[in-house]
Every structure is written in structure tokens, then in C-alpha cells.
Design a protein. Structure first.
Length: 205
């Protein structure tokens, strides 16, 4: 608990991935959101803790770009999606994250994403639409694994970065919010743990 608070300056890192019906966070539908939380094991290594995922109904008046749906393979009207409204999905997600954040005595959650600005834009646009008053995420700080991978691995594409890091990546499962969030989480943990192993953040500091 103390290590998480100290390691990221009071921030609680939460890996987030979204699947959407376009690139405009203000007009295009948010269709899936997944979040992966982390913890330190007894050896001081960062690892995946909890996985949260929601399928989401397009908000009223949302734009659905067919090219985006073809890319993700998501059918927003499929009866077996078990989709929830943005309000239910985000407020439930925020509540769960706040609880976990409090358990490790962190003051704020920080979004970790691969090309994090995209996920952050959709998350905050949806949060604004539902008038969420207790969004746990910092409004402008984020950790971007594309940037970190460019530094640590010499590559920025998620699949290739995972391959270089020795993390299995299945292209057929990609573009699912939960799968991409899990792989991004594994990549983030790999980079943080490798930096520690190289002496960048000794356990005793």
C-alpha cells in the first residue's frame, strides 16, 4: 500500500482502453470501456490486480461511423452485448476505482493508456455528458505507454512493443477494450519493473 502511494507521487495508475464509433469524443459513441488496476507483489514488482469492463449503449444523438464499427467489429445494437448506459457504466466504474484508490492511500487516479490522449478524451467527454461529480481521474495528467515504449523499447505500436517485451499479443483478440487494456497493463508493468531492475527506482527510496 505504501509503495503504490510513494512510487507514483500519490497517483493510483489505472490502465484504461476504450472502443468507439469514431475519433471525435464529443460526437461519436463510446461503445466499450475497460479498466485494469495494479498492485505491487511481495517482491516489489508491479502486476495486474483487478479487471473491469463495460459495454456501453450509444448516447442519444451519438454519431456511429461505419468504418469504425467495421474496424472494431462491434455491433452496437446486438442484443447479447449486455450494454449499459454511459451513466451506469461510468458511475459504477468510478466508484470501484475510488474504492481501490483509497485502499492504497492515493489522492488521485491517473489514466494509463496507449496513446492515452484518445482514451482520456472519450472518458472525460462521457463524464461531462453524465455530469459525473466524482470522477477519480486527474483532469490532465496521464501516463502514455506509447511514449514509454518509444523510450524503453524503441517502438510505439502496442502489438510490436509487446512482442519486443516478450508479451504475447493476439491480433485476432485486439480491439476489444478489455484485451487491449490488459496488454497495455502488462506493457506498463514490464517497463516500470525493468526500470526498477536497472536501478531507476530502488525499493528503499
Amino acid at each position: 500500500m505504501i509503495m503504490m502511494k510513494r512510487r507514483f507521487r500519490g497517483f493510483f495508475p489505472v490502465i484504461v482502453d476504450v472502443e468507439t464509433a469514431g475519433f471525435n469524443s464529443n460526437t461519436d459513441a463510446l461503445l466499450e470501456i475497460a479498466a485494469v488496476t495494479l498492485k505491487f507483489n511481495d517482491l516489489g514488482h508491479l502486476q495486474i490486480d483487478k479487471e473491469l469492463q463495460y459495454n456501453i449503449l450509444p448516447f442519444e444523438g451519438a454519431n456511429l461511423e461505419q468504418s469504425a464499427l467495421d474496424f472494431t467489429g462491434i455491433d452496437p445494437t446486438h442484443p447479447l452485448r449486455n450494454a449499459h448506459t454511459e451513466e451506469f457504466a461510468l458511475k459504477t466504474l468510478f466508484s470501484e476505482i475510488r474504492t481501490l484508490q483509497k485502499e492504497v492511500e492515493c489522492q488521485r487516479s491517473v489514466l494509463v493508456g496507449h496513446n492515452a490522449s484518445f482514451d482520456m478524451a472519450f472518458l472525460f467527454s462521457a463524464s461531462k455528458r453524465i455530469k459525473a461529480k466524482r470522477n477519480p481521474f486527474h483532469p490532465f495528467t496521464s501516463f502514455d505507454t506509447a511514449t514509454l515504449s518509444g523510450l524503453a523499447l524503441g517502438h510505439t505500436v502496442l502489438a510490436r512493443s509487446c512482442e519486443i517485451a516478450g508479451i504475447n499479443f493476439n491480433d485476432e483478440e485486439a480491439h476489444s477494450a478489455l484485451y487491449d487494456a490488459k496488454k497495455t497493463a502488462e506493457l506498463f508493468c514490464f517497463i516500470v519493473n525493468r526500470w526498477k531492475k536497472l536501478g531507476g527506482w530502488p525499493l528503499g527510496d
